[in-house]
Design a binder for this molecule. Structure first.
Ligand code: BGC
Length: 434
């Protein structure tokens, strides 16, 4: 059975965004941002204040960094040498869940168990030294509100976390209690920040003229330096970094797959933008479209963005990687033409994702420029989709070109690998050295 040509074209069109529409999306994003700057309840984004601006690049000293943004917890000891230089003195990493052994992210797990596990890792990094004073920066990558650099309070778990007793609590307080239970009260958390903010701090420490930081991975979110917001205790330069939580941006018309996926998801109505662009969801949309083509609507094949990456990278004459994945996950042997179409569909979903992410970056570039000229700048991005997914980075660049025209020469995206850890150490230094 060959795919129905008209149906295939129709599905591809659902995932295609032309230049004009992309312009509208960027403008809508900026408008939503401006509404939020006036009154946050008017925006679909949470636009959370981080209580930190940019580093000077002169931050120095030894700091601990905790990177808590997904199932893999990492703890580092950094030495910052200033001038954008640093060294990792020690690092440990361990997952919060090992199937069959332990699980600290399920709904039966408690905050105490989760933070005791984290305190144990911190203790390992300081070699059980319970005397020296250590300052710690904490990258906590879940939507949280805070009114200083220390006290981020978790609003709601994302990324399928369900541990009891953390929502509504100050993450650093839970950490401090766990450190005390372990006898490691000499470790003092002094700063908490979202991973996007950490990426921005880390990139800005090394590369001046960076004002936007983004994660483009399993999850998606972006922050930027808003020059008009100044907090009296605001640590850092140039205004305040706002964590947009733009994964929740919802003023965009979803296609029928987006709408259907959202309706059947864990949290319908939440994280609409993230569900269109991030690695966690691209495979789901891809699977839904394939099911429609095969007349198996509603069937789940368990396709992932890693499968899509492998398929798009398959340049073999007979597309055997694509065929093998389809065989393994969909259980079908398809004609070559259909195999090629599936590869084309994977590419279209990734390209749409990259274009949408680019539109949000351009909206922020416009916002920072106001009525003035767009200044030379970098957008720092970390995450597996940006780093490894074929077509992602190239299509961000292409879309920025379409939206900014000649001004596109002023803006590029740069990979900031590992910024979640380094950024936390920098934030700790900024808090202590302010
Ligand atoms: C979270 C954000 C985070 C992003 C990337 C989203 O699900 O809500 O806080 O920055 O994932 O890790």
């Amino acid at each position: 059975m060959a795919f129905n040509e008209a149906q295939f074209k129709d599905i591809l069109a659902e995932f295609t965004i032309g230049t004009e529409r992309l312009h509208e999306i960027a403008a809508t994003f900026r408008q939503d941002l401006q509404l939020g700057l006036r009154d946050v309840t008017l925006s679909s984004m949470r636009m959370l204040k981080s209580y930190v601006g940019l580093p000077s690049g002169k931050e120095t000293g030894e700091y601990l960094a905790l990177d808590f943004g997904g199932t893999n917890i990492r703890v580092f000891k950094f030495r910052l040498d200033g001038d954008g230089k640093f060294e990792i003195i020690k690092r440990v990493g361990r997952p919060l869940i090992v199937r069959g052994e332990y699980d600290y992210i399920c709904k039966d797990a408690t905050a105490e168990q989760m933070f005791d596990f984290i305190a144990e890792l911190i203790d390992e990094v300081i070699d059980g030294d319970h005397n020296t004073k250590y300052y710690l920066g904490h990258t906590f990558s879940f939507p949280s509100t805070q009114d200083n650099l220390y006290n981020a309070r978790l609003i709601i778990w994302t990324k399928e976390f369900a541990t009891q007793g953390v929502e509504g609590e100050v993450a650093n307080d839970l950490l401090v209690e766990a450190l005390k239970r372990r006898g490691a009260g000499n470790v003092e958390p002094v700063a908490v920040l979202n991973d996007t903010v950490a990426v921005l701090l880390s990139a800005a420490y090394k590369t001046p003229d960076t004002f936007i930081g983004s994660i483009y991975a399993t999850g998606h979110n972006t922050c930027y330096l808003e020059p008009t917001i100044h907090d009296p205790q605001g640590v850092g330069l140039g205004g305040m970094i706002l964590n947009l939580e733009c994964g929740n941006f919802s003023k965009i018309v979803p296609n029928r797959f987006d709408a259907e996926y959202d309706a059947g998801s864990e949290k319908p109505g939440e994280q609409r933008f993230e569900k269109m662009v991030s690695g966690r969801y691209m495979g789901e949309l891809f699977g839904m479209a394939i099911a429609e083509l095969l007349g198996e609507k509603g069937k789940h094949y368990g396709l992932t963005s890693i499968d899509m990456s492998a398929m798009i990278s398959d340049n073999s004459p007979n597309l055997h990687v694509v065929s093998d994945i389809i065989m393994a996950k969909v259980g079908r042997e398809l004609e070559f033409d259909d195999v090629a179409k599936i590869r084309e569909l994977a590419a279209a979903i990734v390209i749409r994702s990259a274009r949408l992410v680019a539109a949000s970056f351009v909206a922020l570039v416009w916002q920072r420029a106001g009525s003035g000229k767009i200044q030379k700048q970098h957008v720092a991005v970390d995450g597996s989709v940006y780093e490894k997914m074929p077509l992602a980075k190239d299509n961000i660049t292409k879309a920025i070109g379409e939206l900014l025209g000649d001004d596109a020469a002023q803006v590029d995206t740069i990979l900031d690998n590992g910024g979640s850890g380094l950024g936390a150490a920098i934030a700790a230094a900024m808090a202590v050295q302010k």
